[in-house]
Design a protein around this ligand. Sequence first.
Ligand SMILES: [Zn+2]
Length: 329
Amino acid sequence: MAFPETRMRRLRRNESLRALVRETSLEPGDLIYPLFIRPGTGIRREVSSMPGVFNVSIDEAVREAKEAASLGLGGLLLFGLPETKDEQGTGAWDDDGIVQQGLRALKQSAASKKLVLIADVCLCEYTSHGHCGTIAKSGDDFVVENDPTLDLLARAAASLARAGADIVAPSDMMDGRVGAIRRALDQQGSADTPILSYASKFASAFYGPFREAADSAPQFGDRKTYQMDGANLREALREIDLDLAEGADMILMKPAMPYLDVVRAARERTGVPIGAYQVSGEYSMLVAAFEKGWLDRDRAILESLLGIRRAGADFAVTYFAKEAAKLLG
Ligand SMILES: [Zn+2]
């Protein structure tokens, strides 16, 4: 049947009808809020390229967790800014590292029982060179080493699990790290700690503001030898297959908006839970447009997140999480 028997507009006539036939839902529980934890007390330092996003000390992180829990958010994704950095990134697996301390404090708060605490696993926030693995240099050339990095990532994940992480989330893109982390977790009795792997993480210009937020910009070179080429969808699916074969329980896709087709393809490929990370550059470019009065803030925030859900993601990591939850009421 076609027009005039069929009139698509009949089901759009008012909000009640539109709500009844809405295909995709967006709930506060679908949203994960990233937190950058730094040393000190009473510190909230705004990231200049991400207005409204702060680096916070542990006491402030606990306050953030209370607010996140009261808004019904799904959880927090924790990153750390250590006091000192070195070539190996030892702060990543220090049991007294900044995120480990933060996890212990958060676990003591009532709010944490309503939140999933996800700990990012990587070295780049802790290495003096800012790369996600150890470096082998020869003259002016350098290589980010894969296999020697695996042991360090596994140690970091094990330490974060001991400190109370509900989920560990490796974001480094080294080959074989999911398997190495799974073995380390199992060996120390953390067999029940799930792994959320950044299965397809693309080398992207949209990470720029995060590197200021996490103080993790590479001091030389770029990350194209380990993060994926943005042109490759089939390769992303191979990455997902490999991470699942190594024991990933869930996968995270990053960035979101320029790669929603990859999220959709992943959804069709696997039944495991999928998250998508609306990364710093996606946030900052929207906020910049809001500040200029070029976009309706409330509508654009929700539309950007709904698009991620519609593409097939079960949850979204987003700097708008608290604001979106308030809008969703
Ligand atoms: Zn990294």
